[in-house]
Write a protein that binds this ligand. Structure first.
Ligand code: NAD
Ligand code: AKB
Length: 314
């Protein structure tokens, strides 16, 4: 069956990599990239691209019909740190984008949806170590509240309207091809850029602030895996915990120093520290491992050497 896939948010950290991976699998012309701002030259020159504001449901329908779309990867959102500064906008974008896409599937205009949740659904009352799939979810950030509400709506649309929507609770994602977009885990990408450029980094989190993280290629594998596994394997229709690696700013800085001996780090925690303090240290993803055979490949030494190699080369 011919699949035409719309990626919404293709200019962001995940979209700019996911579009290229999807194009390798399904062919360039079947993957329609879209965003409110232009995507990378590589994306625009290798296949279709549309300027699309996902909150405009009429324009969304127009694009979906124009390209005969069957699947949507909805990546547009405002992330944790930016959301605290734009509370109303973040709530309205993060929720209305999801409703617009869920309703297309409810009306059988599209067949399948991927929508990412986040470790931000957890909060200060959650057990922090190996946080289980079904833990206390009492987020205290606008971003976390929007992700938790989104998870509930995904499960509701699946149960009530048989909408085929799947979701992952991504940890902080690290990749070299794109810059992060205003989250609390952004330091773990910025640190590599600064290590190469200036041999030093001033971190906005405390040295021992351990958070769950994942390399981008693992995140993309998990995403493609859950989107292509048989529906019967997807037993959780809210969102699956997935785990990569957990580390603190001190631990990543030590690993970078093993590769760049002159590298040094300082710490000036800001408002993002409070967000980080409310999130888990590590995640138990045994349900994803069991249900659809998920396993991450990249540990901290592998992430560090791959980031440094690719950023230096590019
Ligand atoms: P990002 O901020 O880098 O990219 C989001 C993209 O959405 C941007 O290119 C932006 O221009 C676009 N966008 C904003 N408003 C839009 C609108 N109205 N219509 C269309 N596009 C719009 O985010 P990302 O890091 O790529 O994250 C993608 C998704 O994954 C988000 O839902 C995010 O919450 C989730 N997630 C990301 C991480 C991470 O570490 N990157 C972790 C957990 C969850
Ligand atoms: C953020 O820090 O906001 C994101 C996330 C973990 O959802 N990277």
């Amino acid at each position: 069956m011919q699949e035409n896939i719309l990626v919404i948010g293709s200019s962001g950290q995940i979209g700019s990599e996911l579009v290229l991976e999807l194009r390798k699998i399904y062919g360039n012309s079947s993957i329609i990239a879209s965003d409110i701002i232009p995507s990378s030259d590589e994306i625009i020159s290798s296949g279709p691209f549309e300027i699309l504001d996902v909150t405009d449901s009429k324009k969304l329908l127009e694009v979906v019909k124009k390209h005969d779309i069957s699947q949507v990867y909805l990546l547009a959102a405002i992330l944790s740190a930016n959301a605290e500064e734009k509370v109303n906008l973040a709530w309205s974008l993060n929720m209305s984008s999801l409703f617009n896409v869920l309703n297309l599937a409810k009306e059988r205009v599209i067949r399948k949806i991927f929508w990412p949740s986040s470790i931000a659904v957890f909060g200060p009352n959650t057990d922090k170590i190996n946080t289980p799939q079904f833990a206390i979810t009492e987020p205290n950030t606008v971003y976390g509240i929007s992700k938790l509400a989104g998870e509930r709506w995904c499960e509701y649309y699946f149960n009530k309207f048989n909408v085929d929507v799947v979701s992952l609770r991504y940890p902080g994602l690290i990749g070299w091809k794109s810059l992060p977009g205003g989250g609390t885990t952004d330091y773990a990408v910025e640190i590599f850029h600064e290590a190469i450029k200036n041999k030093k980094y001033n971190c906005f989190l405390k040295k021992d602030s351990t958070l769950p993280m994942m390399y981008m290629s693992d995140a993309i594998n998990a995403t493609l895996n859950i989107m292509t596994t048989e529906a019967k394997n997807v037993k959780i229709r809210s969102s699956y915990n997935i785990a990569g690696v957990s580390f603190s700013p001190k631990e990543i800085s030590d690993e970078i120093q093993r590769n760049i001996s002159e590298f040094s780090i300082t710490y000036t925690p800001d408002f993002r520290q409070k967000i980080a303090d409310s999130w888990p240290n590590s995640i138990d993803d045994s349900r994803a491992q069991k249900d659809w055979k998920w396993k991450a490949e990249f540990d901290l030494p592998k992430i560090t050497s791959d980031m440094l190699k690719n950023l230096t080369a590019n």
